[in-house]
Design a protein around this ligand. Structure first.
Ligand SMILES: *Cc1c(COP(=O)(O)O)cnc(C)c1O
Length: 382
């Protein structure tokens, strides 16, 4: 079953499920074993090589969802990203990084630029002239996130993929925020797609995992580095993740509907100064999101009138969302990026990135939109 013959909702449930079912069980079992008998002429199946039955099953499902030839699942999102980068960059190579990126990835690139001699050129994701200016003979790759945190911006993703192709660079994208339900970057030319499966792909805030998808050849290369560095996924986590994937489509749809309803409510509320959600006509990347994505996702950010004090008051009085970092789960979460995801930045760096102290980020769950809106209405009235 592939994206050519069924829709994404059907794919999420049925892709990679063996027919007839394995042992007639509708649910693929957990092969927790680490070691497998060698078939005559066959290779070694070993848990760290990410080629045991439950790992293979998950990887086939993930590849189908991203519309890729192959996938390799990893022990975390950072294992996926660091291994993908290692598979592409050698000592002295350079990478062009477009737009704001996840703090962990930013720290990894900075650290490796000192330790491995990687050259990292941070550029604006909307400025092709800056990409061209950053290009050197050592440049091997471009890196971008499909939706940035916490201002929910969407860069010129198609332009960047075309730029990479034109200059023979490997294009890598972190597609964690939209998930393949809303956006499949391979379809616009990205070579490697990475995810933190800890977030929306699993969606239940109860495991850590990651994935890289791409051509069979590129993924074999990533898998080679994964074998060496050892960030393979545990089969039990693989089982839980494949379980989460089956409800990906309905979860992301419900989250998107809730997020849009809440964003509209907040935008019309006198106690709210600004709202960042690509589904709103007021968002600077609304047109681009409409063109590239089949929905606007679960993430929004906003600032209350009254600054930091009002933000703190609001966080304390909301009753439904947990005050917690992370995202993409069935439960709504609310955080202030200045003290969570972006706490390691200096106040000046945060200001330069447009992250005000009173900016609140909301990861929308699958609760009833009316309840979320009532919770905000009550909390903002206090
Ligand atoms: C969480 C996250 C990561 C890191 O994933 P882990 O599973 O925590 O290792 C990478 N990129 C983005 C966009 C994330 O949100």
């Amino acid at each position: 079953m592939t994206a050519e013959n069924v829709r994404f909702e059907t794919l999420a449930v049925h892709a990679a499920e063996p027919r007839p079912a394995h042992g007639r069980s509708v649910v693929f079992p957990i092969y927790q074993g680490t070691v497998y008998e060698i078939e005559p002429g066959g290779g070694v199946d070993y848990i760290r090589y990410s080629n045991t039955p439950t790992q293979n099953y998950l990887q086939e499902k993930l590849a189908a969802l991203e519309g890729a030839e192959a996938a390799v699942a990893t022990a975390s999102g950072m294992a996926a990203i660091s291994t993908a980068l290692r598979s592409v960059l050698g000592v002295g190579d350079r990478i062009i990084v477009a737009g704001n990126i996840y703090g962990g990835t930013h720290a990894l690139l900075n650290e490796e630029s000192r330790r491995s001699g990687w050259g990292v050129d941070f550029v604006d994701a909307d400025d092709p002239a800056a990409w061209a200016a950053a290009l050197t003979p050592e440049t091997k790759a471009v890196y971008v996130e499909s939706i940035t945190n916490p201002l929910i911006r969407v860069g010129d993703l198609a332009g960047l993929a075309a730029f990479a192709r034109e200059h023979g660079l490997t294009s890598i994208i972190d597609n964690t925020f939209p998930t393949p339900m809303l956006f499949r970057p391979h379809s616009i030319g990205y070579d490697l797609v990475c995810h933190s499966a800890t977030k929306g792909l699993n969606g239940h805030s109860d495991l850590v995992a990651g994935v890289v998808t791409g051509s069979a050849e590129r993924i074999e290369h990533v898998r080679h580095f994964l074998m060496l560095f050892g960030g393979s996924i545990d089969p039990h986590a693989a089982f839980l993740l494949s379980r989460g994937l089956k409800t990906l489509a309905i979860r992301v749809k419900a989250q998107g509907e809730n997020a849009l309803a809440l964003a509209r409510f907040l935008e019309g509320h006198s106690a709210i100064a600004e709202v960042h959600y690509p589904g709103l006509e007021s968002h600077p990347d609304h047109a681009r999101a409409l063109e590239l994505f089949s929905g606007f996702g679960s993430m929004l950010a906003f600032r209350p009138v009254g600054g930091l004090e009002a933000a703190e008051r609001l966080l304390k009085s909301l009753q439904i969302p947990y005050s917690a970092a992370s995202l993409g789960g069935v439960e709504s979460l609310v955080t202030r990026p200045a003290i969570s995801s972006h706490v390691k930045l200096t106040a000046e760096e945060r200001a330069a990135a447009g992250i005000a102290d009173d900016l609140i980020r909301f990861s929308t769950g699958i609760e009833a939109a009316e309840d979320l809106i009532e919770d905000f209405g009550r909390a903002l009235g206090e």
